[in-house]
Design a protein around this ligand. Sequence first.
Ligand code: HEM
Length: 236
Amino acid sequence: MTDEAYAPILEGPGASDYERYLRTDELLSLQKNPEEMADRDELLFQVVHQSSELWLKLGAFELEEATAATAEGRITDAVRCLRRTNLALAYVTDQLEMLDHMAPWEYHQVRLALGHGSGFDSPGWNRMREEMTALGRAFDDAVQARGLTLVELYRSGRDHDDLYQLAEQLAELDGRVAVWRYRHLVTVHRAIGGGAVGTQGTPVEMLERLIRHRAFPRLWHVRDELTRLADEAAGG
Ligand code: HEM
């Protein structure tokens, strides 16, 4: 084969189809040049945040499909989507570790460049939360449509395995959000301390309270109920 046989065939800027398809020109221009940086750690900071936004975008996209699938009774499809969301969240959690490689004093130079930029305005995170609410509703409807209570679903053995798997993936998602929040809090403590106030005036302490928040509280309460029933059955 000649080189010509493998010449780019896609439209768009870039010397190869790899660059054209992935739009690497645009992607790699989304970070500040060294001349624009307040501190060289801005690249690390931007890469972690931008890649988090991409994974969260994928996570929310999969959640949207999971909601549609649940509403149409395609529960196994919903579970497949939700596994991807959960893995995306694990990646977003893991990459927080990279921020621990920033010295706190250097981070203050980066912080000066952020304006009022705050994680509360993260489009990916906010979309994830919206989609989680929608999926929670679709899940409740699906349980009701089978004429079950949550306790019955959790005691139904293999009879409603698809719905049980969906419930457990939802609990996993809720747990992963809490783990992300805890890991993020540790990062925040390392960077600016536990007594600081964020770029939008939120005390760091408030992040601690959010760790206990659950998007699907009933999926946690059901475990209390099962423990109570098991104790009762054991004559406790
Ligand atoms: C050194 C790194 C980081 C610091 C110092 C930091 C600091 C903070 C602070 C102080 C808040 C409270 C809101 C405010 O006033 O700004 C916050 C919230 C938040 N941050 Fe970060 N953050 C860091 C990294 C990240 C990363 C990598 C992400 C990834 C998307 C992120 C996403 C968020 C989100 C989603 C919230 C809202 C909290 C929630 O809903 O639980 N942060 N962050």
